[in-house]
Design a protein around this ligand. Structure first.
Ligand code: F6R
Length: 250
């Protein structure tokens, strides 16, 4: 695990965006695993800037998002389909049928989850998986106690996660209780992994991921079993690490 601590969230974000740009420059039809959440819009904004400056073309890009709320249709403002259109997909010329997000409104979510897993395999797997980190250590919507051998499936969200994500919903809307998420084993199949965590609210989860035991109680600790993981942190997210002087530290 290559851990890099940046002085500010913006520099950590720019680093992650640059890694994505370099991946696409090397392989224009790269398959990216994409994430949503409050950490990600600045990453997509930096990617769009690079595309506008003609540093990189996103035309041949292929992508698979990590997750989607069960019960939300793609046009629901809090759906991850909507999030991705707003922050990235509506602004690029990639083919929409190359940009995958699980269908949360599928009548049989479990069936949709296995179809999605199959589609990732059919695309040749993920080249670079972008991840955020839940304050409870989740990656995707793989909540604490999710099996390290899990594949794309329906997961029940913890109260902590629903509370954390309530900020994106209107006061009179309830956060869905389930999501379709790419599994931990599916994430670990990615050829390389890029995790971005910023802010002190993530410091405990970062510490558990890097310095705690590798156990299912902390889904992100599974990443230590992967040969090519880069973790970009700002000082807030790194504040509980026992070794935070080096840049990079590992
Ligand atoms: C979202 C996802 C989640 C988020 C995590 C952090 O697609 O997979 O694991 O990355 O919940 O969310 P924020 O960035 O809102 O703190």
């Amino acid at each position: 695990m290559n851990i890099i601590v940046f002085p500010e969230a913006q520099t950590a974000t720019d680093f992650v965006a640059e890694k994505l740009v370099n991946t696409i420059l090397k392989k224009p039809d790269a398959v990216l695993g994409l994430a949503t959440g409050g950490t990600m819009p600045p990453v997509y904004a930096a990617l769009l800037r690079a595309a506008r400056n003609r540093q990189v073309s996103l035309s041949d890009l292929r992508s698979f998002n990590l997750d989607e709320y069960v019960g939300l249709a793609p046009d629901h403002p809090q759906s991850y389909h909507h999030f991705m259109r707003k922050h990235l997909f509506d602004h690029i010329d990639a083919k929409t049928n190359n940009l995958f997000v699980p269908r949360g409104d599928h009548p049989e979510p479990a069936q949709e989850a296995s179809r999605y897993e199959g589609a990732i395999i059919e695309a040749g797997g993920i080249d670079v998986q972008l991840l955020g980190l839940g304050a409870n250590g989740h990656i995707g919507f793989n909540e604490p106690s999710a099996s390290f051998s899990s594949r794309t499936r329906v997961e029940t969200l913890t109260d902590d996660t629903r509370l954390a994500n309530a900020r994106f919903f209107k006061a009179d809307e309830s956060v869905p209780s389930q999501a379709i998420t790419v599994g931990i084993a599916t994430i670990l199949d990615a050829r390389s992994i890029l995790l971005l965590a910023t802010g002190e609210a993530k410091a405990r989860a970062v510490q558990a991921m890097i310095e705690g035991p590798i156990e299912e109680n902390c889904p992100a600790s599974a990443l230590r079993n992967h040969p090519s993981v880069t973790v970009a942190l700002d000082v807030g997210a790194a504040s509980r690490l026992s070794s935070k002087t080096g840049c990079p530290v590992s």
